[in-house]
Design a protein around this ligand. Structure first.
Ligand code: ZN
Length: 106
């Protein structure tokens, strides 16, 4: 038995199981918008992806979000999400690293 249970989620693109903090959540809100949710707390159906643009590109190519969110996600939505994904990637990885490594000033 493990002392602590780390919640794992599957990346919809590469299908790897990873700890939640390694993954970026994409949420389909109740009004059917599809957004990146860095807080992981927005209401709606969620899908998880590694914090890597390569996984986003894979999801876009395979339309993995359509399946994970059970909604048709248009090309323009994927394009918008890809831009958002690139914009948050550094922030996401910086915050993730900050948990282990504290050499940057807050
Ligand atoms: Zn992945």
């Amino acid at each position: 038995m493990r002392p602590r249970k780390i919640p794992l989620r599957k990346c919809v693109a590469c299908q790897e199981m990873k700890p939640k903090k390694e993954l970026i959540r994409v949420v389909r809100t109740p009004d059917e918008a599809v957004l990146i949710d860095l807080t992981g707390k927005k209401a709606g159906r969620g899908a998880y992806m590694c914090g890597k643009v390569s996984c986003f590109k894979l999801a876009k190519k395979s339309k993995a979000l359509d399946r994970a969110l059970k909604q048709s996600v248009g090309t323009e939505i994927y394009d918008q999400l890809e831009q958002d994904f690139i914009a948050v990637e550094d922030e996401f990885n910086a915050n993730k690293d900050a948990m282990d490594d504290d050499d940057e000033e807050a």
